[in-house]
Design a binder for this molecule. Structure first.
Ligand code: BES
Ligand code: ZN
Ligand code: ZN
Length: 497
């Protein structure tokens, strides 16, 4: 499916997506559509509510032509997210109707600028079209081949093209992340994740270095190695670097992604139902790989290093056990009370590594870390723990641009006491209560004094069903937010000069 900005003759398409606001007398609506819409509205058949789709068929000389009326809700309430969801629904209808050449008529809005309108339409349609069907023999190809955005004002054409070029890169990075998450664990294990990261690095333009077990041992990443021990597949430390602002080498954004290619729970074994989707326990890794892809391909003037400590959490005679006391790269000891709380053990070494060896000035970690975040916030919102309000504001701004919702959880000192052990420096779980916060704060103990954001994406990295522009499976959560955070950072630095 490809997208163009082009005014087409009606003979050249078989479907037209026609946006309409709720209860509006739209000034830019053509007469032929207007009379039909008025009648549909007065008979309550189509009102223009956000995401409502109604189609009209017309017969031309040699074919049938479809007009898909698409509701966008009230004009003054329009948001980018509303556009994404509405256009994902329009695309689904176009596919149902087996349309192949679609024209999308642009609309005016004072609430959402032309660039954001273009981006949201594209995201809604392309991300909504995604399906992981690699292993299905009888693939049902999408009927929609080309999409043309038409009726863009002359003065907006350049901006629209610029926005389209950017969103194509960003969306393809999200799809890379979704593909990684959806890949099963018998195919995608640490070595394969490293190989695919190298390939993505080559294609998008960032450097990838992969360290094997020997080097990980040499680095003293004991906590990471303890989790990896139970698996016959050896761990990999994947390091990604993009230095787009050589003059400011002291300013590097550090990204850390949880990279458990499978989490059985270890000896604190998960029930089968909970284990099936644990191939997605590298959603944080996928997010940082996707973010690196978009940041480097768009050649953002900023420096970013990302690290993934990838392994499997398995059971064997070599595996770590509840009751063990382990060490970590930072030298702190940890009492293991539950082998299923493994993500944080890999992350503390990755965080210590990225600060000590890659000299990053700020850290963001993303992890499918706790089931508790689903209980607290559901599957629509990422839970955040931070030690820096200003950094959180940057994240909030980026999240407004991406539409990926975030919510800060409290991090009072009382919670920190819950992860102190009597027989070691820490214990790896804080008890039943406040599970997402204690998991986050455990990682926070290893960030030294760096500004830090922890994003628990256990609820948002995976979707149980097709919903809006998400499809069942990996969502690519975090990629777009991280991209905008990096982009806003370089724009702010530029403005301050
Ligand atoms: N990978 C899981 C968290 C998870 C749960 C991700 C559901 C996606 C969906 C993590 O390693 C885990 O097992 N966490 C435990 C922590 C507990 C033992 C303190 C959990 O949430 O149950
Ligand atoms: Zn676990
Ligand atoms: Zn896990």
């Amino acid at each position: 499916m490809d997208f163009f900005i082009k005014d087409l003759n009606s003979a050249d398409y078989d479907g037209l997506i026609y946006p309409l606001f709720y209860g509006e007398d739209q000034e830019d609506i053509c007469n032929c559509v207007k009379s039909k819409v008025d009648k549909l509205r007065s008979s309550d058949k189509f009102k223009g509510e956000s995401g409502e789709v109604f189609y009209i068929i017309e017969e031309t000389q040699d074919k049938l032509q479809y007009t898909l009326l698409l509701g966008l809700g009230k004009k003054e309430e329009l948001t980018s997210e509303g556009i994404r969801i509405a256009y994902s629904k329009a695309l689904k209808k176009a596919k149902e109707l087996k349309l192949s050449m679609l024209a999308v008529k642009m609309f005016n809005s004072e609430k959402v600028c032309i660039k954001r309108r273009i981006k949201a339409i594209y995201e809604g349609m392309v991300l909504g079209d995604y399906k992981f069907n690699k292993y299905v023999s009888d693939k049902k190809e999408s009927s929609v081949k080309n999409i043309f955005i038409k009726a863009i004002k002359d003065e907006d054409i350049n901006k629209a093209q610029e926005a389209l070029d950017e969103i194509k890169v960003l969306t393809s990075s999200v799809i890379q992340a979704r593909n990684l998450v959806n890949e099963p664990a018998n195919i995608l294990y640490p070595k394969e994740l490293a190989k695919r990261t190298e390939k993505i690095g080559e294609e998008y333009g960032f450097e990838v270095e992969v360290y094997g077990k020997d080097k990980i041992e040499e680095l003293g990443m004991h906590s990471f190695l303890e989790v990896a021990k139970g698996s016959s597949r050896s761990p990999k430390l994947i390091v990604m670097r993009y230095m787009g602002d050589e003059k400011n080498k002291g300013d590097i954004l550090g990204l850390v992604g949880k990279g458990l290619t499978y989490d059985s729970g270890g000896y604190s074994i998960k029930p089968t139902d909970g284990m099936v989707m644990m191939k997605s326990d590298m959603g944080g890794a996928a997010a940082v790989i996707g973010a690196m892809a978009s940041i480097s391909k768009m050649k953002l003037k900023t420096n970013v290093v990302a690290v993934v400590a990838s392994c499997e959490n398995m059971i064997s005679g070599k595996a770590y056990k509840p009751g063990d006391i382990i060490s970590s790269m930072a030298g702190k000891t940890i009492e293991i009370l539950n082998t299923d709380a493994e993500g944080r053990l890999t992350l503390i070494d990755a965080v210590h590594y990225i600060i000590e060896k890659e000299n990053v000035s700020k850290v963001i970690d993303l992890a499918t870390l706790t089931g508790a975040v689903l209980v607290a916030l559901g599957d629509t919102t990422t839970g955040v723990v931070t030690n820096n309000k200003d950094f959180y504001k940057e994240l909030e701004r980026a999240s407004e641009l991406s539409g990926e919702k975030v919510w800060e959880l409290p991090s009072f000192d009382e919670y920190k006491k819950l992860i102190k052990s009597d027989i070691a420096d820490y214990k790896n779980i804080g008890g039943r209560n406040a599970g997402t916060i204690t998991a986050g704060l455990f990682i926070g103990e290893f960030v030294q004094n760096k500004p830090w954001l922890h994003l628990d994406i256990a609820g948002t990295a995976w979707s149980e069903k097709d919903k809006g522009y998400l499809s069942k499976g990996g969502t690519g959560a975090g990629v777009r937010t991280l991209y905008y955070l990096a982009k806003e950072r370089c724009e702010r630095i530029d403005n301050n000069k």
